[in-house]
Design a protein around this ligand. Structure first.
Ligand SMILES: [Zn+2]
Length: 735
């Protein structure tokens, strides 16, 4: 194993992973070694004969597992951005092993005893604010991970989290397979009717990737949206839309719904073990919102006005369709198409006329310039550093004033069959001062833009530009982090606070000065006209009824699925899961479930008598299909809109635990964002250095070293108000 580069010191620029030398088979031995080293470190901390101090316990724990963290971060980045059959096989094998290692730490009795003792004395330890925060967060993390559980509960808790980890992997892989496998070949001119050149370019790339000439579509969201928007072939739109909405349930052999049902069931059991009535209550206890009631209050304030707004929008679309001589009914596969027509007419905005102005490379420059004006940092591209794919780019980020390095930014923008869908920010290394070696972070952004063929510039829709700025906001949160402890670094904040920086930075994409300079026509080089900019800004509220409904419906379904019920529902907010069953969680009895999942149940042959006895009070698994249907009926989700993510492919909920009972977080953060950006608007300078410095200091640099409500008050001088968000979405009058 001496040739395993992951096990050697990474002698690379910036301490990057040795991308050019890594092979899938390196991961398992590397993780095994890193994990056993980590276990030794933990045993040393826990077995220390000296009494527990902040330094020898909390700081030491924060510092431990450095190699493990590097390899695990690298692994999760590669499985998301550049996976392969081999890597997926390793992923299936290692996901439960990594989960079990994490459990071993949080369930380590000796370690927790030391943390618990310090926690009890925390106000007498003369700790600094960040130290106190670390101790409190760590203690809570251990408690939530089951450290205080005893006996059977303790064993069962570990069993649940390990099973969940494998289920998350199963779910993600099945959805990805459905997206990649679907193929719609556009053989004739008539099949391609209405599709602009940039869409056809993308379709040509997909065809080439699948190994044939001509044009083809798969189910990558970055392709589906434009197809539904432009194709004049209603029959093909219907085909694509239906396939898109059937991801996760199209192939009986990899139907994700039993997996999702089992996940929900296990979460309910876990919450019960932890002393909560529902998983939603358990999840919300560690969020800024704190209770399901607070979340539902927000969502419900939005839901009815959004539906009313969407109904008006639908009427406009129906009118437009009738005027054009088409049937006046709007189905799911018609909405994008007619919305684009109405938008074009009303704002005189033609997406394909706009698109040449938004070249990916120029928009990256625009983004970097905004960061420079706001925070005084500079992005410089570095070539000839080995990365994992030729399309990936790397930038050094430095302070303009001092020249000091801030971090490394990796930019990976194109869709590939080997990359999962969506857009995200992730870390290869997190910022922390409590560490030997590199202290600055390595942060990555991934997008799934369709790469233009033949070396032509890749053009973005304005929505893509927003996504770019959004993910960049997350990246800045990671890059500008300035804390001592890695556990509190960057985006390791509470889940409903984490979308504040990202949504905040979308605002700067709309700034006329920024667009004027960087939005230049790909062929003529002409800057975008003032008038076009004005129209983009005016169109900002267009279709917001649709967007708010498709999003909020998902957020409400998520809350209901995890046990929170809407006010007015007979169960009230805190209905215990068992009692909810008849209300729409038409769950099969636990015994049926285990038969249905015979494979998994059998391989878990070490299930003890205790496990089987406990299964009796395991809440029933919901029937996912029936639940989705009854919730949509209960909420009155307009059929022409539906759910943005149906449960069979709702990755937020079933690929990880982070967004379970947490899809609402985007809107929660948007309340903060809209209120925060109003400070910039009210100052008369959206690039106000004063405000930006305060935002950097109070929010971006602070990570989780301060309570989020406090961080917000530090920036704004008061608590957030709801109205700016409602106004921004056009759900109340104003602006
Ligand atoms: Zn985000």
């Amino acid at each position: 194993m001496e040739s395993n580069p992951l096990l050697q010191h990474w002698e690379t620029p910036y301490g990057l992973p040795p991308f050019d030398r890594i092979r899938p088979e390196h991961f398992k031995p590397a993780l095994d070694t890193a994990m056993s080293r980590h276990r030794e470190e933990i045993e040393t901390i826990a077995g220390d004969s000296a009494p527990a101090t902040f330094e020898n316990t909390v700081a030491a724990l924060d510092r431990s597992g450095e190699a493990m963290r590097s390899v695990a971060l690298l692994f999760s980045n590669l499985t998301a951005s550049e996976t392969s059959d081999e890597l997926q096989a390793v992923e299936r094998e290692l996901a439960p092993v990594i989960a079990s290692h994490r459990n071993w730490i949080t369930l380590h009795k000796g370690l927790f005893a030391r943390i618990d003792r310090l926690y009890a004395e925390r106000h007498n330890l003369q700790l600094g604010a960040e130290q106190l925060r670390l101790l409190e967060r760590l203690h809570l993390q251990f408690v939530r991970a089951g450290a205080q559980l005893k006996g059977e509960d303790r064993t069962r808790f570990a069993g649940i989290t390990e099973e969940l980890a494998s289920l998350y992997t199963d779910f993600s892989q099945a959805v990805l397979a459905d997206e990649a496998e679907f193929t719609l070949r556009l053989e004739t001119e008539a099949d391609r009717a209405g599709l602009p050149e940039f869409v056809l370019d993308a379709a040509a790339s997909v065809a080439a990737e699948k190994g044939f000439d001509g044009y083809a579509f798969n189910l990558s969201p970055s392709l589906v949206d434009p197809f539904l928007t432009y194709s004049t072939r209603r029959d093909l739109r219907e085909k694509v839309w239906k396939a898109y909405k059937a991801r996760g349930q199209a192939n009986p052999e990899r139907d994700t719904r039993p997996t999702a049902a089992r996940i929900v069931q296990l979460r309910a059991e876990l919450a019960r073990i932890m002393g909560y009535a529902t998983y939603a209550e358990y999840a919300l206890d560690d969020r800024m919102a704190k209770t399901p009631a607070a979340v539902l209050e927000l969502l419900e304030k939005v839901w009815e006005p959004a539906k009313a707004r969407a109904a008006e929008e639908q009427k406009h679309l129906e009118d437009a369709a009738r005027t054009a001589g088409a049937p006046g009914t709007i189905e799911g596969w018609d909405w994008h198409f007619w919305a684009e027509r109405v938008r074009r007419e009303r704002y005189n905005l033609d997406e394909s006329e706009l698109k040449p102005y938004f070249q990916l490379d120029r928009m990256l420059e625009a983004m970097f310039e905004c960061a420079n004006r706001l925070y005084g940092i500079v992005f410089t591209e570095v070539h000839d550093v080995p990365l994992y794919h030729p399309d990936v780019r790397l930038f050094e980020v430095r302070e303009e004033a001092s020249g000091g390095i801030v971090g490394i930014y990796i930019s990976d923008n194109f869709a590939r069959a080997t990359k999962r869908g969506g857009a995200w920010m992730s870390e290869y290394r997190e910022q922390a001062r409590n560490r030997d070696g590199y202290r600055y972070p390595i942060i990555a952004n991934n997008n799934n833009f369709a790469k233009a063929a033949n070396g032509r510039p890749t053009l973005l829709s304005f929505d893509n530009v927003r996504t770019l700025f959004h993910e960049f906001g997350h990246a800045l949160h990671g890059l500008l982090s300035d804390v001592t402890y890695v556990r509190l670094s960057g985006t390791n904040v509470l889940r409903d606070f984490v979308e504040l920086p990202s949504q905040m930075h979308e605002n700067w994409a709309f700034e006329p000065g920024v667009l004027k300079k960087h939005a230049r026509h790909a062929e003529t080089g002409e800057p975008i006209s003032d008038e076009l900019i004005e129209r983009i800004r005016a169109a900002r509220q267009f279709n917001q009824g649709f967007r708010t409904v498709e999003y909020t419906a998902c957020a409400l379904v998520d809350m209901a699925l995890h046990g929170a019920r809407a006010a007015g529902d007979s169960q009230g907010l805190h209905g215990a899961r068992g009692a909810d069953t008849s209300q729409g969680l038409h769950g099969a009895p636990a015994t049926d479930t285990s038969q249905g999942r015979a494979g998994r149940e059998e391989t878990a042959g070490d299930a003890t008598a205790v496990d089987r006895a406990r299964a009796a009070d395991t809440p029933p698994a919901p029937d996912i299909a029936a639940f989705e249907k009854s919730e949509c009926r209960r909420l009155g989700v307009p059929p022409a809109i539906g759910l943005r993510h149906r449960l069979s492919h709702f990755r937020h909920l079933f690929s990880t635990s982070g967004y379970a009972a947490g899809y609402y977080v985007y809107m929660w953060a948007e309340v903060l964002e809209a209120d925060a950006f109003e400070a910039f608007i009210d100052s008369g300078d959206v690039f106000s250095r004063d405000l930006a410095s305060r935002f950097r200091e109070c929010v971006l640099s602070a990570g989780d070293s301060v309570d989020p409500a406090e961080a917000y008050r530090c920036f704004r001088g008061r608590d957030p108000r709801l109205e700016p968000m409602l106004r921004k979405r056009g759900l109340i009058a104003g602006e």
